[in-house]
Design a protein around this ligand. Structure first.
Ligand code: HEM
Length: 318
């Protein structure tokens, strides 16, 4: 039996990196039956798939992201629909736009949580600090002004289970669907308010082309992508920051160097942390025709997640 045939979802969830490493050595492009998809695990192949949307489209009919969040999502479309969704996001989330508001947004949230954890004694930094601060920053920038941290954490943990439910497990899907329904119920009244009274939030900018209510995008068009942003935006920065801290705490020499040259070394530490343990493990594409890659032929229509290859690569895969 080939190695790829033996891989289980439980193994992938527990620690994918030794599996990716063996796949890269033995079968870098491989059909993994347990996950119902082709895995692409080498840097150069991942880059090829990512950059050739005519051969590998973002829209995947069996995508767990679409099954869990609806259609179209910004993650699962190309062309004019993708461009239109991006226009809404870009106004608030381009690096230059973020630089203008991130300090005012993040510093008070971070200060509050630093005070809180100082009082707690022994804590789980991910659950008590990184996830809350990351979730609150994203939620407040999107326009969820009054949703509490526990609800935000329940939302993104629930939706994350659905987005990674490649094997279409009904129990996992039920958890995700419940979270998704809660998110929708919370968004609708916000949409109703913003349609009449636009503000500076990302959701308002997605609804309206500018700050005027003159050109309003449809709620159903935006909802799935807002769920994507809720999940990705709340989870990834927090988990990535936690990884960076683990790397530094377990490498005291690097921590010392970082402290002595924070401005230069902090961006490098963040890049390295995201490469080391990718907060998003895979990104999904669909082969639009039979494509030969890594010595095998991926058949037309096949779903192809490319794994981010930390531990072996020197650059990030995404
Ligand atoms: C360390 C932080 C983050 C990491 C590692 C990360 C990772 C990723 C990856 C790998 C993709 C590409 C997936 C693909 O091509 O299939 C992606 C797309 C996306 N992410 Fe993030 N993300 C992060 C932060 C955020 C934040 C803060 C937001 C807030 C809105 C966000 C929203 C999105 C959106 C909307 C897309 C789709 C972009 C498009 O298709 O044009 N992400 N992210």
């Amino acid at each position: 039996m080939a190695f790829a045939d033996e891989i289980t979802v439980a193994q992938l969830e527990a620690d994918p990196y030794p599996i990716y490493a063996r796949l890269r050595r033995e079968s870098p492009v491989a059909w993994v039956p347990a996950a119902n998809v082709w895995f692409v695990t080498r840097w150069q192949d991942v880059e090829f798939v990512s950059k050739n949307s005519e051969l590998f489209a973002a829209e995947v009919p069996t995508s767990p992201v679409e099954r869990s969040m609806g259609k179209p999502t910004i993650l699962t479309c190309d062309g004019p629909v993708h461009d239109e969704l991006r226009r809404g996001f870009d106004q608030k989330y381009r690096p230059r736009a973020v630089a203008e508001y991130i300090d005012d947004l993040a510093r008070p949230i971070v200060a509050e949580y630093l005070e809180r954890i100082a009082l707690l004694g022994e804590i789980d930094l991910m659950a008590h600090y990184f996830e809350p601060t990351s979730s609150l920053c994203l939620a407040r920038s999107l326009g969820f002004d009054s949703v509490d941290v526990k609800t935000l954490q329940r939302w993104f943990h629930g939706m994350a289970i659905g987005a990674a439910n490649y094997e279409n497990d009904p129990e996992k899907q039920a958890i995700s669907d419940a979270a998704s329904a809660e998110v929708e119920a919370a968004i609708i009244p916000i949409f109703e308010r913003l349609e009449k009274h636009p503000d500076d939030s990302a959701m308002s900018r997605m609804l309206h082309d500018g700050m005027e209510p003159a050109c309003t995008r449809a709620r159903a068009f935006l909802l799935p992508s807002i769920k994507v942003a809720l999940l990705g935006g709340m989870q990834e920065p927090g988990h990535g920051a936690g990884t960076v801290l683990v790397g530094l705490l377990t490498n005291p020499e690097q921590m010392k160097a970082l402290r002595s040259d924070l401005d230069r070394l902090l961006p490098k530490a963040v890049d390295e942390g995201l490469r080391w343990v990718a907060p998003i493990g895979t990104q999904m594409r669909r082969a639009t025709r039979d494509v030969e890659l890594g010595g095998v032929t991926i058949p037309a229509g096949a779903p192809v997640p490319q794994s981010s290859p930390p531990h072996a690569a020197t650059r990030r895969a995404t």
